[in-house]
Design a protein around this ligand. Structure first.
Ligand code: C5P
Length: 219
């Protein structure tokens, strides 16, 4: 138990971006390398958990002992997450695209005429909020928040609005995107922890340690 604090637990992690196809050759996406989510999946597996990692398109190897489900779009990710539940813990790290095109074109859009085409967008499902509201809500539900200002304030609001237990917030106005370091604030009920800059691996290890402590307190 010392070394495998999450033994017997199912941990669901989402990671990476989503790609929202416009036509067969083009897509809309958020920036995300998937590094932070993959590091969290790896740390959870190392702590003894059964880990399901639902990943958008990334160039990363599947961590040892992790079951990986690859998806493209937010809608696909929502379905995969629903099917992966129930879980004891869900950590939603994916940078899900907020919008997709309303009218997917089955044929490549041609550059004909002078005016570029107008894209009409429609809202994607909020996967985290729907997990929070579902009958299968995990005992511990953790979201991420990438912000470029008012990081902690926005994260506090997000925690409330989405109905999640913890928010890991980071300021992405610097070089976090694609890099190996991260500097985060962990927003819990009634308190905030600021973690100094460290590697994404160390953020993952520390977060999974906290998850283990939380589950043992509640047990
Ligand atoms: O609202 P915002 O996108 O900033 O929220 C970020 C958090 O919500 C992340 O945990 C992200 O994985 C999750 N999310 C989601 N589905 C969406 C949008 C965000 O699960 N459509």
């Amino acid at each position: 138990v010392e070394h495998r604090p999450l033994y017997g637990k199912h941990v669901l992690v989402t990671a990476g971006p989503t790609h929202e196809p416009i036509d067969p050759v083009r897509y809309l996406a958020n920036r995300s390398s998937g590094k932070q989510g993959f590091a969290i999946a790896a740390a959870a597996a190392a702590a003894g958990a059964k880990v399901t990692l639902v990943s958008g398109p990334v160039h990363l190897r599947t961590p040892l002992g992790v079951e990986r489900i690859d998806v493209e779009s937010a809608q696909d990710m929502a379905t995969a997450v629903r099917e992966a539940l129930p879980a004891d813990v869900a950590i939603m790290v994916a940078a899900v695209a907020d919008w997709r095109t309303r009218d997917y074109k089955g044929e490549k859009i041609k550059k004909r005429g002078s005016a570029p085409p107008a894209l009409v967008l429609t809202e994607n499902p909020d996967i985290l909020a729907s997990v929070a509201a579902s009958a299968n809500r995990p005992e511990l539900l953790i979201g991420f928040a990438a912000e470029t200002g008012d990081v902690v304030d926005n994260a506090r609001k997000k925690r409330k609005n989405k109905g999640v237990d913890w928010i890991v917030a980071n300021d992405v106005s610097g070089e976090v995107m694609g890099g190996s370091d991260n500097e985060v604030h962990l927003v819990l009920e009634g308190m905030v922890e600021h973690w100094e800059q460290m590697t994404k691996q160390d953020v993952a290890t520390r977060l999974i340690e906290k998850v283990g402590e939380k589950l043992s307190v509640d047990a």
